[in-house]
Design a protein around this ligand. Structure first.
Ligand code: SAM
Length: 388
């Protein structure tokens, strides 16, 4: 029975994607360019990272000295919690270690620590990693992992995608600095957005919403189109591409302090490369005193009111240039910032053009009338100082 449950659990989730070294390095370099001492004397926890797979562990171990780290802790999730195609073979490294235990190697997570020159060769590097089995399975929500989180300064990883919300909440609860990979759509989750709006979380410096390619274990179920896209980007075999990936971070970097260079409203109307704006201008929402700006590069520099922009705006967002007013997906907030309930006329118009969204009749959605529709996921922003 126990095995049956295990089997079911092993089949359902597919959280096994491994981040590439170069992607990690690029992002960390952006933090280091901004502050070369950002990691100095700090403890970094990588809580979903088996060093035999994880390039996060490799990156931080290899750069331990350069970064001036005090301690690196990397923990991995138990093998029997992972899908059955993952890493079925025990590595020689594990099997030949004195602490090897056949049962624990399946049921327990593992912990790797790097904090000193254990082999006495005069430097602290990957060779000095020490490891052991965790008491439990390495679930980040366990008391054991919480205690490790609490002794760390940074939590950095690509967490299981299916647990993104819970993972973010876990790091925030521990009040730790973080760098994690997620999907751009997570921006509009209430919990994520509150952090972004209050400037406690922002997007990273690289890969914003672009195609990131991840290694996957042999036998993984990859959509053929994703496999092809990965191949087109030069990755053949056990790789998949996940569109819309981005870094969420609370470490500062230079990119977010560079203001966007923008045209005025009338120049956009004359010169915008977007046919939706060129010669057309901007629509006002039917039930909210704000304009719809369908492209980030079409934000008018001189408009003083509220503007609805796509979520990809956040990869260009500078908190000195803009204030974030709201998130279209949050109806409570919409109500608070002045969105009115949609009128019966609007709903009639929406139905007349074939609109079918049942939920549209309730809630505080913001609609457009030319034609009647609901733009997809908008963030409401305002210039701090509009410029001509
Ligand atoms: C998206 S993968 C990324 C792995 C690694 N961080 C990397 O970037 O290469 C997420 C990892 O989290 C592990 N995982 C899944 N659920 C977990 C949990 N509850 N606690 C800790 N790790 C978990 C998965 O087994 C998987 O290896």
């Amino acid at each position: 029975m126990a095995n049956q449950n295990l089997g079911t659990a092993r089949l359902v989730k597919n959280d096994e994607f491994y981040t590439q070294f170069a992607d990690i390095e690029k992002e960390m370099n952006a933090y280091l360019e901004y502050d070369e001492n950002v990691f100095r004397d700090k403890t970094v926890l990588l809580p979903c990272d088996d060093p035999e797979w994880s390039n996060f562990t490799k990156y931080f171990a290899q750069n331990f000295k350069k970064l001036g780290l005090k301690k690196l802790i990397s923990t991995s999730y138990a093998r029997d919690r992972k899908p059955s195609n993952v890493d079925p073979q025990l590595s020689l490294f594990e099997q030949q270690s004195p602490q090897f235990d056949e049962d624990k190697s399946q049921q327990n997570g593992r912990i790797f620590i790097l904090d000193s020159d254990t082999n006495g060769d005069g430097k602290t590097d990957v060779q000095d990693l020490t490891w052991d089995y965790l008491e439990g399975d390495g679930d980040f929500r366990s008391d054991e992992l919480k205690a490790l989180r609490d002794q760390s300064d940074f939590v950095i990883t690509n967490p299981p995608f299916s647990l993104f919300r819970k993972f973010l909440a876990w790091v925030v609860e521990g009040e730790k600095k973080l760098v994690i990979i997620g999907n751009m759509n997570a921006i509009t989750y209430k919990e994520t957005f509150e952090l972004i709006q209050s400037d406690r979380l922002w997007l990273g410096a690289t890969a914003n919403g672009s195609d990131m390619v991840f290694a996957v274990p042999p036998g993984s179920d990859i959509k053929p189109s994703d496999r092809e896209k990965a191949a087109r980007l030069g990755y053949e075999g056990n790789y998949t591409r996940l569109g819309n990936s981005c870094w969420f971070t609370s470490i500062d970097h230079g990119r977010r302090h560079q203001p966007l260079s923008l045209m005025t409203m009338s120049d956009n109307k004359k010169f915008s490369k977007h046919k939706e704006v060129n010669g057309v201008g901007y629509q006002k929402y039917a039930n909210f005193d704000a304009i719809e700006v369908p492209f980030t590069d079409a934000i008018p520099s001189d408009f003083a009111g509220v503007m609805g922009v796509p979520i990809s705006f956040l990869s260009k967002y500078s908190p000195e240039q803009f204030e974030i007013v709201g998130n279209m997906d949050d109806h409570e907030q919409n109500k608070a910032i002045g969105v009115q309930p949609l009128s019966a006329d609007f709903i009639d118009g929406y139905r007349a053009v074939g609109g079918t969204g049942a939920q549209r009749a309730g809630g505080y959605w913001t609609g457009l009338t030319d034609p009647h529709r609901f733009p997809y996921k908008r963030i409401f922003i305002r210039h701090r100082s509009p410029t001509k």
